[in-house]
Design a protein around this ligand. Structure first.
Ligand code: GSH
Length: 256
């Protein structure tokens, strides 16, 4: 693992630990031992700390987390993958975002493929239990589950054939991005998916759980536990986020 000089003043990350794309960005920062300011921002809320509040929409009109802001330059960026690529470019983190055009091309390939494919893990299996307010139609949930299963087949038969990480012998941004979606479904977390048809994916999940920062980033899910039978209460979700924030606060994140 390599380290970098802490940014000064610290980079602001708007989000909450329960958000998958926020976890991907925070994991990269923890992996690189780079401190940041975590600005708690509730997804979808129009309240003061919400991603749909006019102040937040002025920064990111899509109203989504993660969004980052550099206090020294005022530079704002949204979309988890754009953020991770930017941070790698800025700090020279070429181990996880290689300079070689073909290797980088493969990472970019995965990061683009991820949307509407692996990302459907949340739409089909997690959001229906956690965000009851969204009333995700049954047909949409089923379609998302089918999309995820096809994507996992592609990971098992193509991306992970012959190499331990998604894009080769080295851990890359692709692995962080994919794990926050797929890993959340594991038996030790929400327990909502049977991975037995995908042995290479299972092996990769085990490898990823040994990557620096994994346990700290996943406190929120370890706290929430199995949701396969009973959807968690709002109280349980809030407590899990709180515990996660305490852990992250004790590490590299300043909480604001
Ligand atoms: N493509 C975006 C997706 C971000 C996203 O869906 N964030 C959710 C939380 S997990 C969000 O902010 N939802 C609030 C909303 O859409 O109102 C990324 O990768 O950053």
């Amino acid at each position: 693992m390599s380290t970098s000089e802490p940014a000064n003043p610290l980079l602001k990350i708007y989000g909450v630990p329960f958000s998958q794309p926020v976890r991907a960005v925070m994991w990269l920062m923890l992996y690189k031992q780079t401190p940041f300011d975590m600005v708690l921002t509730n997804p979808g809320s129009k309240g003061d700390n919400g991603s749909r509040h006019p102040d937040f929409l002025a920064k990111n009109p899509a109203g989504t987390i993660p969004t980052i802001e550099e206090p020294d330059t005022g530079f704002v960026l949204a979309e988890a993958h754009a953020i991770m690529c930017y941070l790698c470019n800025k700090y020279g983190w070429t181990d996880v975002y290689p300079e070689d055009p073909q290797q980088r091309g493969r990472v970019d390939w995965y990061l683009n493929f991820h949307h509407r494919n692996v990302r459907d893990a949340s739409l089909g299996l997690v959001a229906p239990k956690i965000r009851k307010d969204l009333n995700i139609p049954e047909a949409m949930q089923q379609s998302a589950k089918n999309t995820l299963t096809k994507a996992l087949k592609a990971l098992d038969q193509h991306w992970l054939a012959g190499n331990p990480y998604l894009t080769g012998e080295q851990l890359s941004l692709a692995d962080f991005a994919a794990y926050v979606e797929i890993g959340q479904l594991r038996p030790e977390f929400t327990n909502v998916y049977d991975f037995s048809p995908f042995p290479r994916v299972q092996e990769w999940l085990n490898t990823m759980s040994t990557v620096q920062g994994h346990d700290d980033i996943h406190v929120v899910l370890a706290e929430l536990g199995d949701i396969s039978i009973e959807p968690p209460s709002m109280e349980a979700i809030k407590n899990a986020n709180k515990k996660a924030l305490q852990t992250l606060g004790g590490k590299l994140a300043n909480m604001t």
